[in-house]
Design a protein around this ligand. Structure first.
Ligand code: NFS
Ligand code: SF4
Length: 658
């Protein structure tokens, strides 16, 4: 093992409290025995800052930093006089701005690639899904009849560019928003113009001495977040589908057991699909496979992690090694020959763990370099230059750099992945009458109580995967159909809930529908930018009719029970602004009882939008969502004969015993 800085751990940890993922647990045991530091151990050593946790500090200027304590008369406001509501709202705004920037910059890269493909400057990718190209073009008002593919593509490029650069008017995908929802946005002045403008304005307004009315700040938070959900993220999803294919359900495996000791193992971890798509070509190149064999390997095994992994899983059935909190753990196997990362959710700690096991770690995107980590830049115009080189380095490590002991956790969990809005349409209605009508009908007749989106990260402050899995189980048991993305989807895939036979865990009504259609009760839609698929599904449910006129009328709810990222906050805000009740776990960056908190958790709903919720217990979280779904059902007059069962303390206690 290479000589690297190792930290003596201070306490004996109960590792089982860190994760419910068997493979990650095995690797944490190995890491503990070998003295290898990782985010779980660091989180146990370093308690979160209590002031920061409540978002009660401000460092927006050099008169501070100011720490507020609403109970202490001398620190009720900052030096400039900013109140707790202003400070928490500004901090929240900065999170939304950063999250929106991440997704929209990712979408922008996809658009750059699309432009180069259309102009013929990129030859390695092409338009794979022409049907989707035409559908997307039509949805933004482009006339497609009698036009060539390339002509439509050019027009679509110019139209979608406005998502970013437009300085007045409404972003193109606002045309997909149900009219009543759009009317509410217009009334509030929160229809996004262009993402760059909204993010810039939000950064400006959260500067010292600018916007000091939390309600006004939150309006711009909504506008910016909507520029992500119905803008940058939606562009990322749609262009990725056009270039790399719209996912269709396929059976694929997740978990670390997909590593193969006798193969060269390569992991791609990050967010933009381009790197991954080219890596797929590289690992299938006969010349490189031959090289691997010459080095003594049986072949090359490619795996994904985090969101680009979720996309490759959905589109191509490439195995997925694990979610965010497993990225360091997987290196502890010693079996990973190379890990290539691009942007977002890349822990700097990977660098140390990789050194411990001789794994070759590479950054590839000019936006994300890590001190001490080798950078091989990925250029979409010559993508194979980078990915072939990484494969060669991986082969080299397989031959000369493997540690004495390799331990691969044995679990592989199979499930169905790759649902998309288009496929759900087809699955429910069949080829000739593809429609959401059967979904709406089953919601109206009460077999399906409602739909919940369960998404987002894993976080070492809570037991990995546990909240996701228990929450989803409770939801489907109560006949709520669950749609998923990102790290949450991988948690449920590991728990085996992405299979049609998981319908046995669903309530009678939902199980009946799942059996009739042949679908699992939990549908995986891909990466975090693919949350835009959930927005489109909501818009379609409204359009089909019978469930109200706006997204806020639908019996739906969302949750990110183990979130950690600023992107998650932005996603939460665009769901809330779109009309969805959205519950977060772990911690929420506000102080209960403040005006700002009340605004997010109550007043936004009174304004015709959705609202925020918070719970750390998965069962409580599920029942908050179910109560909201029932409230919407009642308002729609479709509560029906189903007996309303409130979750009482007796139930709660019964569950605690288990
Ligand atoms: Ni989403 Fe994807 Fe995972 Fe969280 Fe990170 S990988 S974009 S942010 S941690 S779900
Ligand atoms: Fe303190 Fe106000 Fe400066 Fe923030 S902006 S650091 S609250 S003085």
């Amino acid at each position: 093992m290479a000589e690297v800085e190792k930290k003596e751990k201070k306490k004996e940890y109960n590792l089982k409290e860190f994760t419910t993922c068997e493979s990650t647990l095995m690797m944490l045991q190995k890491a503990a025995a070998e003295g290898v530091d990782n985010a779980f151990f660091r989180a146990a050593e370093m308690k979160p800052c209590p002031i920061g946790m409540e978002s009660a500090c401000c460092k927006h200027c050099a008169m501070g930093p100011c720490r507020l304590n609403p109970k202490d008369p001398y620190s009720r406001v900052g030096v400039c006089g900013a109140t707790i509501d202003t400070i928490a709202a500004r901090n929240f705004a900065r999170m939304v701005a950063s999250g929106a920037a991440a997704h929209t910059d990712h979408g922008m890269t996809m658009l750059d690639v699309f432009r180069d493909v259309v102009n013929g400057k990129i030859k390695d990718y092409k338009i794979k899904d022409e049907v989707k190209l035409r559908e997307v073009a039509k949805s933004v008002g482009i006339e497609v009849e009698g036009k060539e593919t390339l002509e439509i593509a050019k027009e679509l490029y110019h139209e979608l560019e406005k998502t970013y650069t437009q300085v007045e008017g409404e972003i193109p995908f606002a045309k997909r928003v149900p009219p009543k929802t759009l009317e509410t946005w217009r009334k509030l002045g929160i229809v996004p113009r262009g993402a760059m403008r909204e993010i810039m304005e939000l950064m400006h307004r959260s500067h010292m001495g600018v916007d000091q009315d939390y309600r006004n700040i939150v309006l711009q938070c909504s506008r910016t977040a909507l520029a992500d959900g119905w803008g940058g993220s939606m562009v990322a999803t749609e262009i990725s589908d056009i270039l790399f294919g719209t996912p269709k359900p396929l059976v694929a495996a997740v978990n670390m057991g997909n590593l193969k000791e006798d193969h060269v193992n390569i992991i791609v971890h990050g967010h933009e699909p381009n790197l991954f798509e080219s890596m797929i070509d590289s690992v299938n190149d006969p010349k490189l496979i031959e090289k691997a064999k010459e080095a003594g390997a049986k072949g090359i095994q490619l795996l994904g992690m985090c969101c680009s992994g979720a996309e490759a899983l959905s589109r191509h059935g490439i195995p997925h090694a694990g979610n965010f909190m497993s990225t360091e753990a997987v290196l502890v196997t010693g079996a990973v020959d190379a890990m290539a990362v691009d942007v977002q959710c890349i822990k700097q700690g990977l660098s140390t763990v990789a050194k411990c096991y001789g794994t070759r770690l590479f950054t590839t995107n000019p936006r994300c370099k890590i001190e001490g980590v080798e950078h091989i830049e990925f250029h979409e115009r010559e993508p194979r230059k980078c990915t072939d080189k990484i494969v060669e380095m991986a082969i080299e490590r397989f031959k000369n750099g493997r540690p004495d002991r390799i331990v691969i956790p044995p679990r592989r969990d199979f499930g169905v992945h790759g649902f998309s809005h288009e496929y759900i349409n087809y699955m429910l209605g069949g080829t000739f009458r593809a429609s959401y009508k059967p979904l709406n009908e089953n919601i109206i007749n009460g077999k399906i109580r409602g739909v919940a989106g369960v998404v987002g990260c894993t976080n070492p402050r809570v037991r990995q995967d546990w909240v996701h899995v228990e929450l989803v189980k409770e939801l489907i048991k109560n006949n709520v159909l669950v749609v998923q993305t990102g790290c949450s989807q991988i948690a449920l895939a590991k728990a085996g809930l992405m299979k049609p036979d998981a319908a046995v865990l669903a309530g009678d009504g939902l199980a009946e529908v799942c059996e009739a259609v042949g679908m699992p009760p939990v549908l995986g839609l891909g990466s975090c930018v693919d949350n835009s698929r959930i927005l489109i599904a909501c818009a379609e449910m409204v359009r089909i009719g019978g469930l109200g006129e706006s997204i806020a009328d639908l019996p739906v709810a969302g949750a990110a029970p183990e979130y950690m990222s600023e992107k998650a906050i932005c996603i939460g805000q665009y769901f809330v602004a779109s009309g969805v009740y959205t519950v977060f776990g772990v911690t929420f960056p506000t102080i209960e009882g403040t005006k700002f908190h009340k605004h997010l958790f109550e007043e936004l709903e009174e304004m015709g939008l959705g609202k925020w919720g918070f719970a750390t217990d998965p069962i409580e979280m599920a029942h908050k969502m179910i109560a909201h779904i029932d409230k919407k059902r009642e308002a729609l007059g479709i509560m029906g004969p189903r007996e309303r069962k409130l979750f009482d303390m007796a139930d709660r206690r019964a569950l605690d015993v288990v």
